[in-house]
Design a protein around this ligand. Structure first.
Ligand SMILES: CC(=O)[C@@H](O)[C@H](O)COP(=O)(O)O
Length: 255
């Protein structure tokens, strides 16, 4: 079970909803992924204009927990404004804090992310900040009371996978709240790697929406997350630098 604040989920895969070729493929991919949490940019939603086109229109949103995110915010104040808008429109009280500090790298602004998280916690939100893989910043965010920490594997949309597994491992080891590796996942083995490191979940979007076959990739990601989690729970063998026969012959007579 993935537990975030008062919420529990069976699936550990969180899926972004943007950039799909069309709404039918989006719907099918979401279903195949078996995700229970969908994230979307509040700014892209016509939340106060139900008659306008809705980019989740094909999805039965009652079957999912919607995780609004503050994409587009460049300051803490903007992020808080977006989060309040989401709450006012009746969306879930969970918020993914995304305050981008650089248009080229799309890396999160650490200071504004920290500020926004603090302000949103004071407002009673369930706060999930998207952060870099900075170990000390992750600790500071947890110290504020954030309900989960979402370190990036690599910059959004790059599909480069986990650039710094050691930092992700440190963040996981020190954290007493769920760690969800977010952004930069390219293939299911990246998602599996995150889970093998001990992540509680993985959030991804582009790897599925941009795949040649998004529906098949959504299913593959589901298995990647499941395999990685099972491997983590099973406990891997230690890495060794000396070979050890898989079928030891000691004590056996050679024919
Ligand atoms: C959808 C969302 O929240 C993105 O900002 C997220 O970080 C996913 O990144 P990828 O598209 O690289 O998976």
């Amino acid at each position: 079970m993935l537990k975030i604040g008062p919420y529990s989920f069976n699936s550990r895969l969180l899926l972004g909803t943007g950039k799909f070729p069309d709404f039918d493929i989006q719907k099918e991919a979401v279903e195949k992924s078996e995700t229970e949490i969908l994230t979307f940019a509040v700014r892209r939603m016509n939340i106060f204009e139900p008659e306008q086109p809705n980019f989740l229109e094909k999805i039965d949103v009652n079957n999912y927990t919607l995780l609004p995110n503050t994409a587009g915010a460049k300051t803490a104040e903007e992020a808080v404004r977006i989060a309040k808008l989401a709450k006012a429109s009746g969306l879930c009280d969970m918020i993914k804090v995304e305050v981008i500090g650089c248009d080229k790298t799309l890396l999160p602004d650490p200071i504004e992310t920290l500020k926004a998280s603090e302000m949103l916690l004071e407002e009673g939100f369930i706060v999930l900040p998207y952060t870099s893989d900075d170990v000390l910043l992750a600790k500071r965010l947890e110290g504020l009371g954030c309900h989960a920490i979402m370190p990036g594997a690599s910059p959004i949309g790059t599909g480069l996978g986990i650039i710094n597994p050691l930092n992700i491992r440190y963040i996981i080891e020190q954290s007493s709240v769920p760690v969800i590796v977010d952004a930069g996942i390219g293939v299911p083995s990246d998602a599996a790697k995150a889970m093998e490191l001990g992540a509680d979940g993985v959030l991804l979007n582009t790897a599925v929406s941009g795949a040649n076959d998004p529906v098949k990739m959504a299913e593959a990601m589901k298995y990647g997350v499941l395999a990685g989690r099972a491997s983590y729970e099973a406990g891997r063998i230690p890495k060794k630098f000396n070979a050890a026969a898989s079928s030891p012959l000691e004590g056996m007579s050679i024919l």
